[in-house]
Ligand binder design. Structure first.
Ligand code: ADP
Ligand code: MG
Length: 484
């Protein structure tokens, strides 16, 4: 397809995300909710929906849903009831799923993403509702049969549905990155797409730019990474535009993504769509949420990435780039927050986090929780530089590696290794005279106008002083002595 044809069209995308909740037990029973347990070991009669069993609502799921709703600025429904969504599936032992239909717990609100040009865009949320997961059919373990593991059946899920506000596969990618970040900050879901704790269905249509009406949408399922959601959307956009350009009409259907081929294949058309025959769940009481409950959850809300981002850029004067990197990962942001309890040098702390500390984590392949130095030690190290006792490069190259091996304070190590910087003028003058002595030619050239030699002299001076000369003071003194 030519660029010209592609540019005539605009993509319209709405995403449906399912997030598995990190509750100890399942949504409506006391079965343990855990990934990777021995197959069919967390399966009680309630999970199997045996006659006479009664489900019971897990309060933690409600709390988690409200936490997410508050983080997204949603309205929280006060009166809710549950619904049965009926369908047959081998890994759905009850023959129905308990979900919310007419009264989702959260409506409205939005999630903010960064667009391709770096500005912020609001993706509106249609609804967030609570439901339960099905079990898992396993096709690749037994050669002859499909196996079923029902441990996952009854796992609490939140389904987050967006308005069709997304306009490109990159925006979809950024939206999912934000959702994953958010559920991790909120401690409600581990966000692991490979293990299926976070899953996404993408609704995609295209229309001529400027058109008012939406085109016919296709729903794509079966993507197990954010990158694959992006690939599936890119494929669909091209497929749909080509069909329209060829005069074919698109049909509303559900398609599956094939990650190996990078294509989508039709699963079922709208005509064959399930009729779920929703009706109110008779075995669960309606749910009432009151303001006191919402307020108490509000009070316990953890810091959110977007709030931290604004604090770092607006209050601390950090660049968008620094702030985005610091808030990308919750543990990194929390460590940053801890260090700034001890020092107000926000930019220096950001530099250490993104520089030496990140390099350490990359080199040893560990998370920040396993980083051996305390926030207080990092702050002391930064203070030494601030006080002019060591230069940044000495701190990074000599002190930092030594700190990792030792339990001494940065100051003790700096003294022990004789790294304390000379700002003493007489000592410095001595070093400068030595440099002049050894480089008489350059001194002459400087004095006849080659001012750019300052850098050369500073280099020599650092060598002679073994890096201990305070660069600012040395630079001033050096110029004075060269000019006189
Ligand atoms: P359905 O009734 O098929 O489930 P919904 O109206 O509930 O459709 O929407 C499901 C998802 O599809 C939502 O995320 C919504 O934003 C998105 N969506 C709706 N219409 C379109 C469209 N024409 N193109 C792309 N996405 C759409
Ligand atoms: Mg729908």
């Amino acid at each position: 397809m030519t660029e010209e044809i592609r540019n005539k069209y605009e993509a319209v995308i709405g995403l449906e995300v399912h997030a598995q909740m990190l509750t100890k037990t399942k949504a409506y029973s006391n079965d343990i909710n855990e990934y990777g347990a021995h197959p069919n070991s967390n399966v009680s009669a309630i999970t199997l929906g045996h006659p006479g069993t009664l489900p019971q609502m897990n309060k933690k799921t409600v709390e988690f849903a409200i936490r997410l709703g508050l983080a997204c600025g949603c309205d929280i429904a006060r009166d809710q009831y549950f619904a049965r969504k009926n369908y047959f599936y081998p890994d759905l032992p009850k023959g129905y799923q308990i979900t919310q239909d007419k009264t989702p717990i959260c409506t409205g609100g939005s999630i903010h993403i960064r667009t391709e040009d770096g500005t912020e865009k609001e993706i509106k949320i249609t609804r967030i509702h609570m439901e339960e997961d099905a079990g898992k059919s396993i096709h690749d373990v037994d050669v002859y049969d499909t196996l079923v593991d029902l441990n996952r059946a009854g796992t609490p899920l939140l389904e987050i549905v967006t308005e069709p506000d997304i306009r490109s596969s990159q925006e979809a990618y950024n939206y999912l990155t934000e959702v994953r970040k958010l559920v991790r900050y909120l401690d409600i879901c581990d966000g692991n797409m490979e293990e299926g704790s976070l899953r996404c269905d993408a609704n995609i249509s295209v229309r001529l730019k400027g058109a008012k009406e939406f085109g016919t949408k296709v729903e794509v399922k079966n993507m197990n990474s954010i990158r694959n959601v992006q690939r599936a959307i890119d494929f669909e956009i091209t497929r749909q535009i080509e069909a329209i350009e060829n005069g074919e009409s698109l049909s509303q259907e559900t398609r599956a993504f094939d990650a190996l081929k990078g294509t989508t294949i039709s699963m079922r058309s709208k005509e064959a769509a399930n009729d779920y025959r929703y009706f109110p769940e008779p075995d669960l009481q309606p749910l009432f949420v009151d303001q006191t409950q919402i307020d108490s959850i509000h009070k316990e809300m953890p810091a959110l990435p977007r709030e931290l981002f604004f604090k770092y850029t607006k209050e601390f004067g950090l660049s968008d780039y620094d702030a985005y990197n610091l808030t990308d990962n919750k543990s990194i942001a929390l460590f940053y927050e801890e260090i700034i309890q001890y020092t107000k040098n926000y930019k220096a702390v950001a530099n250490w986090m993104m520089g030496d500390i990140k390099s350490y984590l990359n080199e040893f392949g560990v998370e920040i929780d396993e980083f051996p130095l305390s926030a207080k030690i990092i702050a002391e190290l930064i203070q030494l530089i601030e006080d002019g006792k060591v230069s940044t490069s000495i701190a990074s190259q000599r002190l930092f590696p030594e700190l990792l091996q030792s339990s001494d304070s940065p100051l003790e190590i700096a003294e022990r290794l004789n790294l304390i910087q000379d700002s003493d003028e007489n000592a410095l003058k001595g070093f400068i005279l030595q440099v002049f002595e050894e480089n008489q030619n350059e001194v002459e050239r400087y004095r006849s106008g080659e001012k750019q030699l300052t850098g050369f002299f500073m280099g020599k001076l650092m060598k002679v002083s073994q890096g201990k000369a305070d660069p600012k003071i040395a630079n001033n003194l050096l110029r004075q002595m060269l000019e006189s």
